[in-house]
Ligand binder design. Structure first.
Ligand SMILES: Cc1cc2nc3c(=O)[nH]c(=O)nc-3n(C[C@H](O)[C@H](O)[C@H](O)COP(=O)(O)OP(=O)(O)OC[C@H]3O[C@@H](n4cnc5c(N)ncnc54)[C@H](O)[C@@H]3O)c2cc1C
Length: 306
């Protein structure tokens, strides 16, 4: 059996594509290791349109229910992991942890993962003070002292997102100064809530139940210091889950799949992509969903002609 489309991923983008594939009566499969996507770990999502506040776990349940509502129409291969994709005679062969499937087109919604510090306590305190999305989680740190790790633009933007809520922000940078766009930089520098900690190499997250401190080493003096903070935002970039298509489509220097933002087509005619895996500038749930619908409708037009 050959599918019209195989949707890879289990976040909001993939679920949206799955729903639209069902409604377009495509022969479709969604292959995902889990349903929900990255924001499943968030305590509260405040900008999912239609819900004032929804915990990530509840959003994941709603996405699952919506997709499962179409399980008689499309194949749901969950949990299953896509390991590689081969192209043969203009069709794609998707090889997974469970088998191999052929398809006329692919909608890639494999999302991304945050680059992590890889230090002691980071995993243990994730969701208990260690956070990876200031836009999403800043309101949970009202009146707290927090650290932002990362001297690039995302670190600076995280500081700006936090300023209306927190008591104090330590911005930890590895070099002499943060580097970013001048407007954001000015906002950070002008705030008396911000203290820039230079030459800082984060070493350990301290705490009991919740985060209580961040240990860092000064990479010039080699002295170790501890900041008393209740929150740590890791803003050292993200890693797109694009490895499975790296030999198939154009990927930019950041590992993101390059798409035409009008159609969500990639450089390979039958492969479409949406959400955080792409070079779209804004990584957000609602945007992933809209882009995935565009990708699916483009895949529909493509598969129909084959
Ligand atoms: C902690 C946190 C909080 C956030 N809060 C918000 C918020 O409040 N509001 C907001 O708009 N955005 C928020 N975001 C951003 C938002 O989560 C992302 O923009 C969104 O999840 C992107 O959706 P996606 O479907 O593209 O990818 P993802 O959500 O990353 O989903 C990709 C899915 O594909 C699966 N997958 C990947 N590779 C494979 C493979 N090879 N085989 C099978 N399955 C695979 C993954 O396991 C995952 O389930 C938050 C992000 C984080 C990390």
């Amino acid at each position: 059996m050959k599918y019209d489309v195989i949707i890879i991923g289990g976040g909001p983008a993939a679920v949206a594509a799955g729903v639209y594939a069902a409604r377009k009566s495509m022969k479709a499969a969604v292959i995902a290791d889990q349903i929900g996507g990255q924001s499943v770990v968030s305590d509260g999502i405040e900008n999912w349109i239609g819900e004032k506040l929804i915990p990530g776990s509840e959003l994941a349940k709603k996405l699952t229910d919506h997709l499962e509502g179409y399980k008689d129409v499309i194949d749901l291969k969950i949990p299953e992991k896509v390991e590689s994709i081969a192209k043969k005679d203009n069709d794609y062969h998707v090889i997974t942890s469970n088998g191999e499937y052929s398809t006329k087109s692919i909608v890639l919604c494999s999302g991304g993962r945050h680059r992590r510090l890889g230090i002691v306590g980071e995993d243990q305190f994730e969701g208990k003070g260690v956070a990876f999305c200031a836009t999403c989680d800043a309101p949970f740190f009202r009146e707290k002292d927090v650290a932002v790790v990362g001297g690039g633009n995302s670190g600076l933007e995280a500081v700006v997102d936090l300023l209306p809520y927190v008591n104090k922000v330590y911005l930890l940078v590895r070099d002499d100064a943060p580097h970013g766009d001048p407007v954001t930089m000015k906002e950070v520098e002008e705030s008396d809530k911000v203290e820039i900690v230079r030459h800082a190499e984060s070493q350990e997250v301290k705490g009991d139940v919740m985060v209580e401190g961040l240990v860092y080493e000064d990479n010039e003096t080699k002295e170790t210091h501890e900041l008393a903070v209740q929150g740590i935002f890791v803003e050292i970039g993200s890693v797109p889950n694009s490895e499975i298509v790296k030999d198939l489509v154009e990927i930019n220097d950041f590992g993101e799949v390059v798409v035409d933002h009008r159609t969500n087509a990639t450089s390979d005619a039958g492969v479409f992509a949406a959400g955080d895996v792409t070079d779209g500038p804004y990584k957000q749930n609602n945007i992933a969903v809209g882009d995935a619908i565009k990708a699916l409708l483009s895949a529909y037009d493509y598969a129909k002609k084959k």
